[in-house]
Ligand binder design. Structure first.
Ligand code: ZN
Ligand code: ZN
Length: 200
């Protein structure tokens, strides 16, 4: 719920926020060389994992536990997420951060590593529209995203009532609810302050 206006399944405009909701998950992004094997949904089954898992003390052990071979690229990608547990990365950002230190890394290999990590629910992904897909560590906390239209910053938002609202919308349309992805577009406080300073 935003500004008292009910969420809908299609983009709507009110105030300066444009919520975009897709019930049932999103299809795989078109710009990825390798198709993602799970829906781009904040309510994917992966969130059911319990965190932290004390028996997993290293990235190698975590990959092994997930049944994934610990190749240097996969270790490097998962380590980046572990080092930045609250950041959102595009595949390209991951590639640029790691390319200097990981000789065999290519953008295609980053996508392959991401697919493995998504399959193992070690990370999650979300589509922010306009073919923009972000990845983040699976912290076991379903959440939604706010995106700044000016600087592109992505923030997490938590609202326990939103899932119920989406479920209700699905039922009203004679749908069985599976998942929902919500992205709220607007302007972050930093950008608003910069705009105010430039005017004064
Ligand atoms: Zn901003
Ligand atoms: Zn997030």
């Amino acid at each position: 719920m935003c500004c008292g206006v009910k969420w809908s399944e299609t983009p709507v405009s009110h105030c300066d926020m444009r919520p975009y909701i897709v019930c049932g998950g999103l299809s795989a992004p078109t710009e990825t060389p390798a198709p993602l094997k799970q829906p781009l949904s904040i309510h994917s089954a992966g969130y059911a994992r319990t965190f932290p898992r004390p028996e997993m003390t290293t990235v190698h052990a975590e990959l092994s536990q997930a049944g994934i071979r610990a190749t240097p690229n996969r270790v490097a990608v998962l380590t980046l997420f572990r080092d930045h547990p609250h950041e959102h990365f595009s595949a390209d950002q991951i590639y640029r951060r790691l390319a200097a230190n990981t000789g065999s890394l290519s953008l295609a290999s980053v996508y392959r590593s991401l697919t493995y990590l998504l399959d193992a629910a070690l990370i999650t992904s979300a589509s922010l529209g306009n073919s923009r897909v972000i990845y983040e560590l699976n912290r076991g906390e379903p959440h939604y995203h706010l995106v700044c239209n000016r600087c592109g910053v992505v923030r997490d938002a938590y609202d326990s009532t939103l899932k119920a609202a989406c479920q209700s919308i699905a039922v009203e349309q004679d749908f069985t609810y599976a998942a929902a992805s919500v992205v709220i577009f607007g302007e972050c406080s930093d950008c608003r302050q910069k705009a105010t300073r430039s005017v004064s």
